[in-house]
Write a protein that binds this ligand. Structure first.
Ligand code: MG
Length: 175
């Protein structure tokens, strides 16, 4: 019989860390719509200082949160001209380096995109592949889910797209 306390000890906070991330960007005419590195045909795109890839931004904050590091706005300030128009996939890779330097390796990533339009069904597989490649994970360790907001609120009116991400980290071999 495994005692509850022993089970808790095996999953001690020193070995496993969960983090969550959230991001939302406004949709504006004249911008590209890029989610997890996939350029999606749409009359409007996400507004922002970088490429405004809300999926990558949510993943970055989830990774930073799990590792106990400062958030995306602190690590990659939108006042820094260096990050203007930058491919957020590069920021994902930079974040992975920071997380690894803190002694962690990535276990899995789970992303939810909330967008009224366009329908993201046909783009989800490439989003998953891009995330897996940027993070050095097998595709089955990455999930990308998409849903609408049931026409409710600003997302439901098509004024914005939001993304949520959860990641699990474990202490690396050398840590
Ligand atoms: Mg953002």
């Amino acid at each position: 019989v495994i005692k509850v306390q022993d089970a808790v000890k095996d999953r001690s906070a020193e070995s496993w860390r969960v983090g969550h991330g959230y991001d939302i960007h406004r949709l504006e005419a004249g911008r590209k719509l890029i989610l997890a590195g996939v350029e999606i045909p749409c009359a409007r795109g996400l507004a922002g200082h970088s490429d405004a890839d809300a999926a990558y931004h949510a993943v970055i904050d989830a990774m930073l949160g799990a590792a106990g590091l400062e958030d995306i706005g602190t690590q990659f300030p939108d006042t820094d001209p260096h990050y203007r128009g930058i491919d957020s996939g590069v920021l994902v890779e930079k974040t992975l380096v920071k997380v690894q330097a803190a002694g962690y390796e990535l276990v899995n990533v789970d992303v939810t995109v909330i967008a009224e339009k366009p329908n993201l069904r046909e783009y989800k597989p490439q989003m998953r592949i891009n995330l897996a490649e940027r993070l050095g994970l097998p595709a089955d360790a990455v999930s990308v889910k998409a849903k609408t907001n049931e026409e409710l609120g600003e997302i439901g009116r098509g004024e914005a797209i939001a993304c949520l991400a959860t990641v699990l980290l474990k202490k690396g071999e050398r840590a």
